[in-house]
Design a protein around this ligand. Structure first.
Ligand SMILES: Cc1ncc(COP(=O)(O)O)c(C=O)c1O
Length: 430
C-alpha cells in the first residue's frame, strides 16, 4: 500500500502540525527517501535527533545485537550491562561534579524529573523559567514553557509556583546590538522578581536552555549564564540546564554548557542521545539524587537496553568520526554562506548559532517577524529537495539542524537550495 500525504492527514491527529507532506520510507546519513525513490536533504534531523545521520550502520548494528539479547530489562528489577555501561560513559563525559544519571523516555519526562528532584533536594516549592523557553508538553513542562502560547493555551490551570524571567533574546529587544548589556538587564529583572514576587529562599530551581531551541535558536550570551550561575549559587537555588535540544554535539561540544564554562546542578538530555531511539536522562550529583527515597521517581520503560546500546554507539560514532569538530567546521561554513546570502535577501534579519544549531531570523520592511515568509520558503525548499523547520514565537526563524555528519558538499547544496527558495518567494512579490 502506498501511503500519501492524504492518508497522513486522515490517520494522524490534527495536533501533529505538519511541516511537510512527505511520507518517508527510509533514510541514510543526511538524506531521506520517499516510497517512490525521491530523496531530500534533511536539515531537520527529525527535530535535532539524528545527529549521527539517519541509520548510521554502527548504530543499526548495536540495535540489532542488543535486540537479540534482551529488549526490556526493567530498571527496578534488573541491572543491564548496556544501561550500566551507558551510565559510566555518560558520567565520564559530563561536566563535573555531575556523577549520576537516571534514564527516562522523552525530553519532557527528563525535565519533569529535574523539577521534582530540585524540589525534593531543596525542600522549596518555586521554579523560575525564562520567556521563550520550551521544555515539553506534560503539565509540569507546559507550566515552564513560553515559546508559543499554543503549547499551553487551553490547558490552564497548570502546576503553580512557576515564575517567568526574561531570556536575553537581544535581537527581539531594544538592546539588539548589545546582547551583553541586555543580559545584565535580564539578570536585574530576575533579582527584582526575588524582591517583588517570590522569595529567593522559596525557589528550588531555575530551568534554562543554554541555546533557546523552539523559541528561535538563540544562544544565550556568556555573561547571562555566568551571571545566572552566580545568582543561583548565592541563594542556594539549583541551576537546571535543559540541553534536550542543544546536547549531544549539536552545538559543536557534547553539551553547550562546556562552551560557556558553566556547571549546572542538573542537566537534562534527550533527542540526539540515542540517534533516534526514545531515551532521555537527568544528570546530577549523587548527593542531590539521594534526596529521592526509593520509589519517589521512575517509570516502566526508563533505561531501555536497546536505546542504551544505541546511545553507546552514538557516543562512539561522535568520537571516532570527529563529529564535534565537524559540527563546528560545517557550522562556520553555513554561517559564512548565510551571511553572503543576506546581502541578496533583504528579509534575512539576523543569523546566529553555535555549531549546527543555526537560526536565520526573518523580518519584514518594518522589522516585524516574517513568519509567513518563512513558511513559504520552507515549502519552496521542500519542493527543491531540502527539508527545513521553523522556530520562534511567530515562526519567524528558519532553523538549520542537519545531522552532524554533514559534508561540505551537502552544506553547499543546502545553501544553494535555500537561496533559490528565498528567490522563489521573493519573485511572488514578498
Ligand atoms: C529544550 C527542550 N526541552 C524539552 C523538550 C521536550 O522534549 P520531548 O519532545 O522529547 O518531550 C524539547 C523538545 O523539543 C526541547 O527542545
Amino acid at each position: 500500500m502506498e501511503y500519501t500525504a492524504k492518508d497522513v492527514a486522515a490517520l494522524y491527529p490534527r495536533a501533529l502540525t505538519r511541516y511537510s507532506g512527505l511520507v518517508v520510507d527510509h533514510g541514510l546519513g543526511c538524506r531521506v527517501w520517499d516510497v517512490r525513490g525521491r530523496s531530500w536533504l534533511d536539515f531537520t534531523s527529525g527535530i535535532a535527533v539524528t545527529n549521527t545521520g539517519h541509520c548510521h550502520p554502527q548504530i543499526v548494528a548495536a540495535i540489532r545485537q542488543q535486540a537479540e539479547k534482551i529488549i526490556h530489562a526493567q530498571a527496578n528489577i534488573f541491572g543491564n550491562p548496556a544501561v550500566l555501561e551507558l551510565s559510566e560513559r555518560l558520567i565520564a563525559v559530563l561536566p563535573p561534579p555531575l556523577d549520576q544519571v537516571m534514564f527516562s523516555n522523552s525530553g519532557a519526562e527528563a525535565v519533569e524529573g529535574a523539577i521534582k528532584l530540585a524540589r525534593s533536594f531543596t525542600g522549596r516549592p518555586a521554579v523560575i523559567a525564562f520567556r521563550g523557553g520550551f521544555h515539553g508538553r506534560t503539565a509540569g513542562t507546559m507550566a515552564i514553557t513560553s515559546s508559543r502560547v499554543r503549547v499551553r493555551g487551553g490547558f490552564e490551570p497548570l502546576p503553580a509556583g512557576v515564575y517567568m524571567a526574561p531570556y536575553p533574546y537581544a535581537f527581539r529587544s531594544a538592546w539588539r546590538s548589545d546582547p551583553e548589556s541586555y543580559s545584565e538587564w535580564c539578570l536585574d529583572q530576575l533579582r527584582e522578581l526575588f524582591e517583588t514576587v517570590v522569595r529567593a529562599r522559596d525557589v528550588a530551581a531555575t530551568v534554562v536552555e543554554p541555546v533557546l531551541g523552539e523559541g528561535g535558536y538563540v544562544p544565550a550570551p556568556k555573561r547571562f549564564l555566568a551571571g545566572l550561575r552566580a545568582i543561583t549559587e548565592e541563594h542556594g537555588i539549583l541551576l537546571v540546564l535543559d540541553e534536550v535540544q542543544s546536547g549531544f554535539g549539536r552545538t559543536g561540544s557534547l553539551f553547550a554548557c562546556e562552551q560557556y564554562g558553566v556547571k549546572p546542578d542538573i542537566l537534562t538530555m534527550a533527542k540526539g542521545i540515542a540517534s533516534g531511539l526514545p531515551l532521555s536522562a537527568i544528570a546530577s550529583r549523587r548527593d542531590i539524587f539521594d534526596a529521592w527515597e526509593p520509589g519517589q521517581h521512575g517509570g516502566t520503560f526508563g533505561g531501555n537496553p536497546i536505546a542504551a546500546a544505541a546511545a553507546i554507539a552514538t557516543l562512539d560514532v561522535i568520537q571516532s568520526e570527529h563529529l564535534l569538530e565537524n559540527a563546528r567546521t560545517r557550522g562556520t561554513q553555513l554561517l559564512q554562506g548565510l551571511r553572503e546570502l543576506a546581502g541578496q535577501h533583504p528579509r534575512i534579519a539576523d543569523i546566529r548559532g553555535l555549531g549546527l544549531m543555526i537560526g536565520v531570523e526573518f523580518g519584514d520592511e518594518l522589522g516585524s517577524p516574517a513568519g509567513e515568509f518563512v513558511s513559504e520558503v520552507i515549502a519552496k525548499a521542500e519542493a527543491r529537495g531540502l527539508l527545513l523547520l521553523s522556530a520562534g514565537t511567530y515562526g519567524q526563524v528558519i532553523r538549520l539542524a542537519p545531522p552532524l555528519v554533514l559534508s561540505e558538499a551537502e552544506a553547499a547544496d543546502a545553501l544553494a537550495i535555500l537561496d533559490a527558495a528565498m528567490s522563489d518567494v521573493e519573485s511572488q512579490g514578498h
